[in-house]
Write a protein that binds this ligand. Structure first.
Ligand code: SF4
Length: 222
């Protein structure tokens, strides 16, 4: 039976995405195949990170015990967990749960999209400011649905310009929700709004990482 490396599980406000502001139960998996400059979960990705091995049934039981219906699978990189589709398949049978998976944009989602009752996917496009742009798998964009989100975390104006280029090139606003978000402390939300106005970016959403305003930006488990 597949066991997954879980570093953290907690209930909090969903800070970003289509369910932002609602309670969600978070399951954070250990390890990531990327190493972004601004990563705020490096502690979950290091080789000696503390984790617990949990089966799909144990993860689902923990989720159901919270009585929270929104579930966010995050990391690290959840799709880097071997056998993750087995967990996603089991979760899809839990009709009362609304499952979202946050993935870094480097992992192909085609197999995931073949599952019945797929989770909603929040797919990052890592811009140059992350140092990881060359790993982005843009072939994922053909599998997007309205319940999915592509998120651009911007460090500077160059990132914003590239985000606009990708949004236009792949016609993302017609396929899914699109969010622009700021690397905390690198660019202000006001600068992003100015850019959106200058470029008449209809159907694009500014995303504030709500949990960074509510709690200390470095707080864990919130
Ligand atoms: S993809 Fe996410 S978890 Fe992985 S290094 Fe980048 S910010 Fe950190």
């Amino acid at each position: 039976m597949t066991k997954y490396k879980v570093v953290e599980k907690f209930v909090s406000i969903n800070g970003e995405g289509q369910k932002a502001g609602q309670l969600a139960v978070f399951v954070r998996f250990c390890g990531c195949n990327l190493n972004c400059t601004y990563c705020d979960t490096k502690w979950a990705n290091v080789p000696d990170a503390k984790f617990e091995y949990e089966t799909a049934d144990e993860i689902i039981k923990n989720i159901k015990d919270t009585k929270i219906k929104n579930v966010t699978l995050t990391g690290g990189e959840p799709l880097a967990q071997p056998g993750i589709n087995e967990l996603l398949e089991k979760l899809s049978e839990e009709k009362e749960l609304s499952v979202e998976i946050e993935t870094n944009g480097s992992k192909n989602i085609e197999e995931l999209k073949k599952l019945k009752n797929t989770p909603s996917v929040t797919l990052d496009y890592k811009l140059a400011g992350s140092g990881m742009e060359k790993f982005m798998d843009v072939s994922n964009y053909e599998f997007l649905e309205q319940k999915d989100t592509v998120k651009f975390v911007c460090s500077n104006r160059v990132d914003l310009e590239k985000a606009k280029e990708i949004i236009d090139k792949y016609n993302l606003t017609s396929k899914c929700k699109v969010y622009l978000s700021a690397v905390f402390g690198k660019i202000t939300p006001a600068e992003i709004v100015d850019f959106m106005k200058e470029n008449t970016m209809n159907n694009v959403n500014l995303q504030l990482q709500m949990h960074k305003f509510i709690w200390d930006p470095n707080e864990r488990g919130v």
